[in-house]
Design a protein around this ligand. Structure first.
Ligand code: G3H
Ligand code: ZN
Length: 297
């Protein structure tokens, strides 16, 4: 079984990106796994602090591990947007494969200092346990909620002057020792209700990729059009995060199920619509990220 590190290297070499999808429950996990498995592509599962508090930190780690072992399948778990050392430690000790320490809202020096502490802990943990947990750092603020909005979130870096520079990225990576980097390149968490998200700064992605030479992660994938994803992946993005569109699919599937079976009370007879709805969205994204079919637009 390939490790996450090896899977990332393989994605970079193939010039594709690994899809990373957030879950709050086992229903979404099943849908994402089914979509990935039917295409035979690796996949990452993410849980934010709130999502893992809901499903259970150790419980989601056990679920993902059990899928990996039972099906001998490259599925990995990331402790997404972790804001404290304590929460990072908790996830690593629970068996997560990756931790994103998110100091994106902090001034650069403070972000470096806090991220370094997490990297030092994880390196020590790996040495003591024979594991290879990876740490991702975040540079630049891109909003914090996976929701549908009408206006850009306050303070999100979308203007050129606010985007992550190749210089800062190189300094951040060198001083912290992170394994992966999430830069602000015009991407934002969440999506517009009635319009696609803004275009990405593709040249900036190329510059950062050349300056850091570690895997790059594109956050805020919901609402981005297929052609933009594929340009970003060709420019050097190795992982793409999607959450808002998963949440929306969960809700739409549930609404459909209730309409179709108003008197049903058996959960496993209601939830297949939720699975189908999420699997459809995840399948479309995996096709785009893995260049399985040409972009629709
Ligand atoms: O870490 C999670 C992702 O960055 C989600 O972003 O809700 O815009 O898809 P999104
Ligand atoms: Zn994110």
């Amino acid at each position: 079984m390939m490790s996450l590190r090896e899977t990332l290297a393989q994605a970079a070499q193939k010039k594709v990106a690994i899809g990373h999808f957030n879950v709050s429950d086992g229903t979404a996990l099943q849908a994402i796994f089914d979509a990935a498995r039917s295409r035979q592509v690796p996949v990452m599962i993410g849980t934010s602090e709130g999502e893992r508090e809901h499903i259970g930190v150790r419980q989601i780690a056990a679920l993902v591990r059990s899928l990996r072992e039972q099906y001998d399948y490259p599925i990995f778990l990331n402790a997404d947007h972790t804001h404290s050392f304590e929460k990072a430690k908790e996830a690593v000790e629970a068996g997560y494969d990756e931790v994103l320490f998110d100091g994106g809202k902090l001034p650069l020096d403070e972000n470096i200092a806090e991220t370094k502490k997490v990297v030092a802990f994880v390196k020590e943990y790996n040495a003591a346990h024979g594991t290879d947990v990876l740490v991702e750092g975040e540079l630049g603020y891109i909003g914090s909620s996976s929701v549908v909005f009408d206006e850009l979130p306050q303070g999100a870096a979308v203007q050129e002057k606010d985007l992550t520079t190749a210089h800062d990225a190189a300094r951040f990576v060198q001083e912290t020792g992170v394994d992966m980097l999430a830069p602000a390149v015009g991407n934002i968490h969440g999506m517009f209700r009635n319009a696609p998200n803004p275009d990405l700064a593709i040249d900036r992605i190329k510059d950062i990729a050349a300056a850091v030479r570690i895997p790059l992660v594109l956050h805020g994938g919901s609402g981005i059009i297929p052609a933009q994803f594929q340009l970003a992946i060709k420019a050097g993005m190795n992982v793409v995060h999607i959450n808002t569109e998963i949440r929306q699919a969960w809700r739409k599937g549930f609404d459909t199920a209730l309409l179709m079976h108003p008197d049903e009370i058996v959960p496993y007879k209601i939830l297949p619509e939720v699975i189908e709805s999420i699997e459809h969205v995840v399948g479309e994204k995996l096709d785009i990220f893995n260049f399985i079919s040409p972009p629709a637009a």
